[in-house]
Design a protein around this ligand. Structure first.
Ligand code: DAH
Length: 343
């Protein structure tokens, strides 16, 4: 009997010495002292021994159990110390490291561009006038001097909501709403907002983009005023050196109509990728408000005149930031968006 316990004791003590971490120690405890452990099983078997052997076996078994519990506790203390020492080394926190900056939202590059535009036009006396994105055919086309079947409607590929309701293809219908709101007072507004066109998405065109419309109506407004406003805008936005030129063009709602070019900010007119080697970049369509449009807005063209213009903030942001593909703006790639100013 005692040889069995001696062998058990030796095996237990040597495997206890071999346990090097809490998990192994716990397994060892189960193995010898747990409910189905070797010592426990031995103690349970005492009842089946001859009566005279029982007291001695019981005593010896108890002694072994107490010894093993005691050694277990001692080994546990050792192992915990080692584990704590290791944790203190491995899990040190360098409290002198700078903290991680929490992520914050930022303004979209087009929002930033729009805000700069508002500020520049505000200095010239233009108020922001908001107009609807879902428009009637009447305002988007007809009142702008494009009756049904007018060929100029082909300049705008249109999303129709119904036969007579469209997603505005430009901000120009905002001109008509502003005139009808303000008439017979003079008007000086910009109309910023989203526009939609049923078009192939390419590096140069998106189906949704922004425009900033401008409109000034008064009693003695001339093309020279338009030129001054355009030149002032370009110089505030792109730098005091900027040169302008007007090219004759056609829009149904202006007469005369022009396209406004500015010398290229990248090459200063030498010719480069941004200006497609012409030295000039287009920044607006514009003109003197057509008499029919003035009349539709409630103004007598004999007494009132005005200029209007339409600009694309995406295009302006592309020129300013040397972005060569408009799709980046609405691709929602944070690597792109994060490069622009934060709040
Ligand atoms: N609405 C025109 C477009 O979307 C741009 C434009 C041209 C606006 C001339 C104007 C203007 O106000 O006078 O292409």
């Amino acid at each position: 009997m005692s040889t069995v316990l001696e062998a058990m004791e030796q095996a237990a003590l040597s495997s206890l010495a071999a346990a090097t971490n809490s998990e192994e120690l716990e397994a060892w405890h189960q193995d010898y002292l747990g409910r189905k452990g070797k010592v426990t099983v031995f103690m349970r078997s005492i009842g089946s021994l001859p009566a005279e052997e029982r007291p001695q076996a019981g005593q010896a078994g108890n002694q072994l159990r107490l010894l093993l519990e005691e050694r277990h506790t001692a080994r546990q203390t050792e192992i915990r110390e080692v584990e704590l020492a290791r944790a203190l080394v491995e899990e040190t926190i360098d409290v002198t490291l700078p903290g991680r900056r929490p992520w914050t939202g930022g303004l979209h590059p087009i929002t930033l561009t729009l805000r700069r535009m508002y500020a520049i036009f505000a200095e010239m006396g233009f108020q922001v006038y908001r107009s609807r994105e879902v428009e009637s055919d009447l305002y988007n086309f007809e009142l702008l001097n494009m009756p049904p079947e007018h060929p100029a409607r082909d300049m705008w590929d249109t999303f129709y909501v119904s036969d007579s309701v469209v997603l505005r293809t430009h901000t120009s219908p905002g001109q008509m709403r502003a005139m009808r709101d303000y008439c017979p007072e003079p008007v000086r507004v910009i109309v910023p907002g989203k526009c939609y066109r049923y078009e192939q998405v390419t590096a140069r065109s998106e189906f949704m983009f922004h425009q900033v419309e401008g409109l000034a109506i008064g009693t003695d407004i001339t093309l020279a005023d338009l030129k001054g406003v355009m030149a002032t805008f370009a110089r505030r936005m792109f730098g005091p050196e900027r040169q302008m030129r007007f090219r004759a063009s056609y829009f149904p709602f202006t007469e005369p109509s022009v396209e406004v070019d500015m010398d290229c900010i990248i090459c200063g007119g030498e010719g480069c990728r941004v200006c497609k080697h012409t030295g000039w970049v287009e920044i607006a369509g514009a003109g003197m408000v057509h008499p029919t449009v003035l009349r539709n807005g409630g103004y007598d063209p004999e007494q009132f005149s005005g200029f209007a213009f339409g600009m694309g903030p995406e295009r302006i942001a592309m020129i300013l930031n040397d972005v060569d593909d408009i799709r980046y703006f609405y691709g929602n790639d944070l690597r792109f968006l994060r490069q622009f100013g934060n709040l």
